[in-house]
Design a protein around this ligand. Sequence first.
Ligand code: NAD
Length: 497
Amino acid sequence: MKTIEQWIDGAPYHGEPVRRVPVENPTTGRIEAELLEASVADVDHAVRVARRAQLSWGKVSLAKRMDIMFRMRQLVLDHQDELATAIVNEHGKTFSDAIGEIQRGRETLDFACNIAAALKGEISYDVSTGVDVHTLRQPVGVVAGIGPFNFPVMVPMWMHPIAIATGNSFVLKPPSPAPTASMIIARLYREAGLPDGVFNVVSGDRHVVTALLEHPGIDAVSFVGSTPVARIVQETATRHGKRVQALGGANNHAIVMPDADLDHAAQHIAAAAFGAAGERCMALPAVIAVGGIADELARRVAEHAGAYVVGSGFEEVTDLGPVISARAKQRITGLIDDAEQRGATVVLDGRAPTVEGFEDGHFLAPTVITGVPLDAPVYTEEIFGPVLTIGAAATYEEAIALVNAQPFGNGAAIFTRDGGTARRFKLDVQAGMVGINVPIPTPVAYYSFGGWKDSLLGDTHIHGPEGVRFCTRAKAITERWPGATVHAATMSFEREA
Ligand code: NAD
């Protein structure tokens, strides 16, 4: 069986593992690898190595750093099938979705290839006679990244290219259910010419996260995961004097107005709700249909989703793979059962699909529910599975009040043909990422990604310009050069006179 170690100082590192954790393939239900969980001593070693490496990496020229990013970008392209295979084996999403995840992650590498543009400072001269001021941004030092299971490549790639290109070292704590991709990325960074110790991987449970959050050698913590853990991470890391961005969970809503193109809406809502088995922080688990169209919309969404093929992510016909574990499947099924007991109507029931040849996989097919009471956990909690609730509202005002009443604020969308309604929505809605006839409004990597309210704890969004600010500290320099205050232009004028 494959053993997955740590990666420290440019090579696999065995260290003193505290536990061996099984890594399951959710499609087959088989254990295919063992993950060695790092000890606190291993984490300490990784952080010390990263700190030492940063001292010289932070002084490497921008040209050289960008050159390494260019090479890394090409290597990720060259190895995307290897990365996608690791994602499908450990997460279960379809191969094409895994390739899509890698491409979205690579956008941040693209951005990092031109990090010089994002690091340009400002200058004002003669702010006082002979006194100039300019600003520059320098690396914070060592950035720790902690990622969720649902995007084993993309989410860490929102973090490390920017951290590294801006001159920091990086220590990654990958998700335990899907750790292999991080080791491939570590190997590719070495092939790209990144100096040893600048990118490190330490795996494990909360003890590893806590060790990173409390370590005096870590300067900044970038976290993406569920909100309860985001809260722990933010509180612990700030208590230990670190800057933190902690992206949490979501319960994204879309409003469908009666003037919307219902076919377009139904098709895109189905893809947004059930793609990747609903295991996306930008998935769409809740729709509010305005003006008596809820049943018709539910019928059309169910028609699309009922045709989705559930199965192995390696088969081309598959639309959605399994959820991550037997426990997740049980939790999601329980939420649907509970809604039904509360009087909701299960329009499309995906609780018990049969997937031939994969009887031990953790499969769920798309489920569409209407008439869900507003206090039912299937509506109030983050489902993180292929389940969509379609609720009804009489007016836009009623619908936006429902959207804004829930504690999360990651993504939100509206389907309408009316520009005025769309404009109102984008200003009214309490969410960080907004879609107009776009149900998954994930920004491209040269913008920043992040939610509001319980979907993001901390001040800055991730990647793009806010990512650069997070990974760097500003410095303002005021300088005077006594004896050199006469302008050359003045001198030549005086000579001519
Ligand atoms: P999770 O919060 O359980 O785990 C995230 C990371 O934290 C993992 O590396 C895990 O090992 C670690 N961790 C877990 N419990 C911990 C604890 N008590 N103390 C310290 N560390 C701990 O999340 P998950 O189940 O891996 O991922 C799914 C969640 O991530 C969903 O809530 C989803 O919405 C969220 N997510 C959010 C975004 C976003 O951009 N906002 C993106 C992807 C996923």
